[in-house]
Design a protein around this ligand. Structure first.
Ligand SMILES: NC(=O)c1ccc[n+]([C@@H]2O[C@H](COP(=O)([O-])OP(=O)(O)OC[C@H]3O[C@@H](n4cnc5c(N)ncnc54)[C@H](OP(=O)(O)O)[C@@H]3O)[C@@H](O)[C@H]2O)c1
Length: 265
């Protein structure tokens, strides 16, 4: 392999002077699924990358998947003190930030009667409050044109029984991206969102469903999808790369839906 080129296992090829050459990117929830696929793609396109997550195993696996080159930080996306610590660590290691991909998210599906206040607060804390304050706390690190990308979900436009709190948080993010898109563009900061449909990541396995139930649900979702399948994390990462790069230089407050046609039904 020539020094000027990097290759990813899935065949993605990018010049060292790629779409994010010389850029610094922070990806929350970057140790698994969509976040990790994006971190690998951003890195292949020349970015220096920092990722966050919570589980020690996830942090270790991400460090290896990113060839030991990334700043891998243990941080709870719902804790303002821990968001402060992430920004301090990024500043110390890289001095600035160009791309902020706020991707950490959790779903705790339950019928309305079974949603506790603690579960409600945790889902809103990570999926909404943490997103707002991550953007706020990153602002001092931006030094020139910057891109903020937020992961929403097609649940923000579809009704989704048992996912009411998660869907409401993601819908609030759709609004946040529009308002902050307008508020921050004057400073050269573009705020946009990616809205995935069903994507084959470990998220589904974390919902706490028995294996057989989870497998049956996955089959039903794939059968319902106009594309007949789940999307892959790499397919979402490509949209994140687009928004992160100068290719999306005129996009503000927008949301890219990547769902195989699911939300058109
Ligand atoms: N997969 C889908 O079908 C789908 C569809 C629509 C939207 N999304 C959204 O896509 C995003 C990524 O999900 P994914 O599918 O890639 O799931 P995933 O594989 O489970 O990855 C989630 C990532 O977020 C991290 N995370 C979760 N809670 C966190 C917290 N409180 N603080 C810091 N990191 C946290 C996880 O690490 P730890 O567990 O170690 O904390 C992991 O790195 C989420 O915002 C999700 O809502 C996914």
């Amino acid at each position: 392999m020539g020094k000027a080129e990097l290759f990813l296992a899935d065949g993605v090829q990018a010049a060292a002077h790629g779409k994010l050459a010389g850029k610094v990117a922070l990806i929350t929830g970057g140790t698994s699924g969509i976040g990790l696929a994006s971190a690998r793609l951003f890195q292949a396109h020349g970015a220096q990358v920092a990722v966050t997550g919570r589980s020690p195993d996830g942090l270790e696996q991400a460090s290896a998947a990113l060839d030991g080159q990334a700043l891998v930080l243990r941080s709870d996306a719902g804790s303002l003190a821990e968001i402060d610590a992430v920004m301090a660590a990024v500043k110390q290691r890289y001095g600035r930030l160009d791309v902020l991909f706020i991707n950490a998210g959790v779903a705790s599906p339950a019928p309305i009667e079974q949603v506790s206040e603690a579960s409600f607060d945790a889902q809103i804390g990570i999926n909404l409050k943490g997103v707002f304050f991550t953007i706020q706390k990153a602002l001092p690190l931006f030094d020139g044109p910057a891109s903020v990308i937020v992961t929403t979900s097609i649940t923000n436009q579809l009704g989704s029984p048992n996912f009411s709190v998660y869907g409401a948080a993601k819908a609030a993010l759709r609004s946040l991206v529009k308002s902050l898109g307008l508020e921050l563009i004057g400073r050269g900061i573009r705020v946009n969102a990616i809205s995935p449909g069903p994507i084959d990541t470990p998220m589904f396995d974390r919902l706490g469903l028995p294996d057989a139930v989870a497998a049956a649900k996955k089959r039903a979702i794939a059968a319902k999808s106009p594309s007949g399948r789940f999307g892959s994390a790499d397919e979402v990462a490509k949209a994140a790369l687009f928004l992160a790069s100068a290719d999306a230089s005129y996009m503000v407050g927008e949301e890219i839906v990547i769902d195989g046609g699911m939300s058109l039904l």
